[in-house]
Design a protein around this ligand. Structure first.
Ligand SMILES: Nc1ncnc2c1ncn2[C@@H]1O[C@H](COP(=O)(O)OP(=O)(O)OP(=O)(O)O)[C@@H](O)[C@H]1O
Length: 299
């Protein structure tokens, strides 16, 4: 059975069509990214998946059930974009409340609260109120709340927005470490981050589902993206184009170059590139098989 099934799903707010005839089938597994410009309909789609909103047209099911149904209690959870915890109650008091709302006893809810707060590295502050936490800690606490009850599907809307790099990394690693048991759907504007975390990327624009990109396809791609620390751009382009089988070298931003090559003609393009870099004394920062997500979506 599919995890998420949307069939001709539409949602209007008055005359504003926020989601237009979206059909998709998603299976449980690696994290899935949802990207799109501001106002594309990402939050609306999440709200429909959580059962906070009802479709104007079409249908949506999660594990065969209607979102919001009692059968999904504890199986689906979400971190809304602007999630906040009650400032007047300690984390543990709130987590016990959330656990009991899911049907746990008070003792079970307490131990569940301890488990999820420990997962996000907040075991030391369980008795603190949210007002005593930094922004990064608050975000982690909200993610912990979404993990109560070991859900199968967790929707994260901008989970690292506003976080410093260290806290963002903690969140990414947490998602990675839990993704064997939980399918995460992550909405974010940070394409680099999604590239590191997700296998599949859904692109929404003006309420319509555009392309779906699989990061796994990178391995079969006839592209290599190189990011250079130091090099002479013009010479690099000329020299790489001389490699037999290279079709084109396109300069991108920040000393990045997209190389398109005939995969049947070159077995060892990486070795040839490294040899070239060594000959010219050029230093590279990264070499990525395939295209970056930004390139796949926007070129
Ligand atoms: N409650 C509402 N009433 C009226 N219009 C709304 C409402 N919520 C969203 N919209 C409109 O629906 C469209 C989709 O909004 P939505 O918040 O789903 O987009 P989004 O992709 O999440 O945007 P962002 O990346 O900025 O968070 C936008 O044009 C928005 O203005």
């Amino acid at each position: 059975m599919s995890l998420i099934q949307c069939t001709n799903l539409s949602k209007s707010y008055g005359s504003k069509l926020a989601l237009n005839n979206v059909s998709l089938t998603l299976k449980a597994g690696a994290p899935i990214a949802l990207v799109g410009p501001n106002g594309a309909g990402k939050t609306t789609l999440f709200s429909l998946l959580c059962g906070y909103l009802l479709p104007s047209n079409g249908s949506v099911t999660i594990m065969g059930e209607t979102p919001g149904s009692r059968k999904l209690l504890g199986k689906v959870s979400s971190l809304p974009q602007d999630a906040t915890l009650d400032p007047n109650l300690s984390l543990m008091t709130q987590f016990i409340l959330f656990g009991t709302l899911q049907g746990l006893s008070k003792a079970q809810a307490k131990s569940e609260g301890e488990r999820v707060l420990s997962l996000v590295g907040l075991s030391d502050v369980t008795e603190q109120k949210p007002t005593a936490l930094s922004h990064g800690m608050s975000k982690r606490a909200s993610i912990a709340q979404a993990l109560i009850g070991s859900p199968s599907l967790v929707l994260l809307d901008e989970p690292t927005a506003g976080l410093d790099p260290a806290n963002a990394k903690v969140v990414r690693e947490l998602v990675k470490s839990l993704s064997a048991d939980i399918t995460f759907v992550i909405s974010s504007h940070n394409l680099d981050e999604l590239e590191k975390l997700c296998d599949q990327v859904l692109y929404l624009d003006q309420g319509e589902l555009g392309q779906s990109v699989s990061m796994q396809e990178n391995l079969l791609d006839e592209y290599i993206t190189i990011s250079m620390q130091s090099s002479d751009s013009d010479t690099l382009i000329k020299e790489v184009e001389k490699i037999i089988g290279v079709n084109s070298v396109i300069p991108k931003q920040d000393n990045e170059f997209l190389i398109h090559y005939a995969i049947n003609e070159i077995q060892d393009i990486e070795i040839q590139l490294f040899t070239l870099f060594a000959q010219h004394g050029w230093k590279y920062k990264a070499l990525l098989k395939g295209r970056t997500l930004e390139d796949k979506l926007f070129s």
